[in-house]
Ligand binder design. Sequence first.
Ligand code: ZN
Length: 272
Amino acid sequence: MIIYPKLDEKLNGINFLKQYVEKYKGIEIQLLSFDCIDIAYDVIKKYKAEIPTLEEVTIHLPLVEEFNFEALAFAKLDEEKERVSVLINASKELNLKINLLYHTRWNYNTWLSSGAIERMQELLSLIQNTNVNILIENIYAVVEREECAVFKVAKHINNNHLKVCLDICHLHVEANMFKEPFDEFIDSYLNKDDCKKFIQQIHFAGTLNGDGLIDKKTHGRMHDSWRSFEEDYSILEQFGIEDKKIVTEVSEDDYSTRVDQIKEIEMLMKKI
Ligand SMILES: [Zn+2]
């Protein structure tokens, strides 16, 4: 198992998480500043200086709709090209594998009809033969019931530099929105072959009270019991993806100590 802790752009909590980063050699960085093209290089460089054995970094853009792929690729495609070129340089200079993660709320048909596919292909053309990848993450969307759009987009584009980040919490939210029993929902929503082929990493967190949407305090939290942890971990086993990189995306309201995240990592380490 490979566990990548999640940290922020200010290196908050790094002292508490350093032992895990040194062990698994990767992190995800949550960018909070909106001018994050400019700061990304410096942030990555600081982490590499702090942990020289670091090999892989995923960059997560700010958690607002304006940073979803569909918003950026249409209004600011040139800026996205600049963002990608910054990451290519960082990857070369710091000898790191770097992933750029985008949320998308659009369904597959909208990706097809809008030109988003072509825009993604434009970005992908910049990173061929580099150590940079783009990840697209499933977020809940009412229009998305029949499909998990990120897999269909990745399959359609079929480029080794485009992979999926599967968020377990968002699966629960989606099932909850459609009032479907969770097991039945994921049986129809996910496909084992696609999971194995396209997923690069997993956002792993608890969804308290089976909710995760109505109240933010129930979304992306530490699993509150070993039983709920086991239930979510069994999803990874069911779809054959327990060997993918697991990012503990919990308790994002406080990056200072990462107490909950450490407990979540320790639960995962019991599965090894
Ligand atoms: Zn996520």
